[in-house]
Design a protein around this ligand. Structure first.
Ligand code: ZN
Length: 305
């Protein structure tokens, strides 16, 4: 009689990969999550595949940062190298590469900063396109542009197609809210803006109809998958998207959602496995086809087939 189930196929594990081995290791605000070297991430992907998790979302932490994120489009950059290594060792893993610049810029913003201190939309889109082509060449299966620049999905789709990367999918961060729940991620990815914030290009948590407009726009621009982020505080948006659109919907159960559960579980305030299972099934019930969650691996370990 059970209406909804979390299937391992629907889970996507986010993974952090570092260029310098000194940057590898546990993330204190996200107990159980660590940053891997290229070697470590290959091993992690092997374990995930054995457990039945076949999709990962990669975030790179480069050794070098500058104002124009040049380590991001380096063909030997950290995402490019990690992708090639995973594809050789564990070809059954589907690799989605997050595409942004904030981990690669010394100022921590998602794009190129103009002389007034604002993010230059068009220059940033051009940079994203340049980087995406190197990711595609390295072998990623999908790209998740998270920079929230206007026209980024269309520019990426047409550049990928023009270079015969038609099979590289685009997962659009269509409804990405300016959220307090991203806090722990910033420790994980070393991506806190040095000045200002990102509210000029992330959505106001109070807006719902705007999310549907953004999703419609991304679909029109050629998105294959649309994503809503964060998850728990935005289940209504997931449901509305499901009711209004006929494309695959992903939800990102972000770092803060992970950390608050982990903290409560560690204190004995919540019953761990039940709380995690209840949260994950809520995303399926709301209408998500896939769930990006830091709980993917441990969920798979508890539900081993
Ligand atoms: Zn960013």
């Amino acid at each position: 009689m059970r209406e909804h189930r979390v299937s391992l196929d629907s889970l996507i594990q986010p993974l952090f990969v570092v260029e310098r081995s000194a940057d590898a290791g546990p993330i204190s605000s996200m107990p159980g999550i660590e940053r891997f070297t290229v070697e470590g991430i290959v091993d992690e992907c092997r374990q995930l595949a054995q457990l039945g998790i076949h999709s990962v979302l990669l975030f790179g932490i480069p050794a070098r940062k500058d104002a124009i994120a040049s380590s991001n489009y380096d063909p030997d950059g950290i995402i490019q190298r990690a992708t090639r290594a995973i594809k050789v060792a564990v070809p059954e893993i589907t690799i989605i590469a997050d595409l942004c610049n904030c981990e690669y810029t010394d100022h921590g913003h998602c794009g190129i900063i103009d002389e007034h201190g604002n993010v230059d939309n068009d220059a940033t889109v051009a940079l994203l396109v340049k980087t995406a082509l190197t990711y595609a060449q390295a072998g990623v299966d999908a790209i998740g542009p998270s920079a929230m620049m206007d026209g980024q999905v269309e520019a990426l789709r047409s550049a990928l197609d023009a270079h015969k990367y038609n099979r590289v999918a685009i997962m659009a961060y269509s409804a990405k809210y300016a959220s307090a729940f991203y806090g722990p991620f910033r420790e994980a990815a070393e991506a806190t803006p040095q000045f200002g914030d990102r509210s000029s290009y992330q959505m106001d948590p109070a807006n719902a109809r705007e999310a549907l407009r953004e999703i419609a726009l991304d679909i029109e621009e050629g998105a294959d998958i649309v994503m809503i982020k964060p998850g728990l505080p935005y289940l209504d948006i997931v449901r509305a998207a499901r009711d209004n659109f006929d494309v695959p919907i992903a939800v990102y159960n972000v770092s803060g959602e992970y950390s608050m559960l982990k903290a409560a579980i560690a204190n004995g305030w919540l019953e761990g496995d039940r709380a995690v299972d209840e949260m994950l099934v809520s995303f399926v019930r709301a209408g998500a086809d896939s769930i990006i969650t830091y709980f993917a691996k441990e969920y798979a370990q508890r539900h081993e087939v």
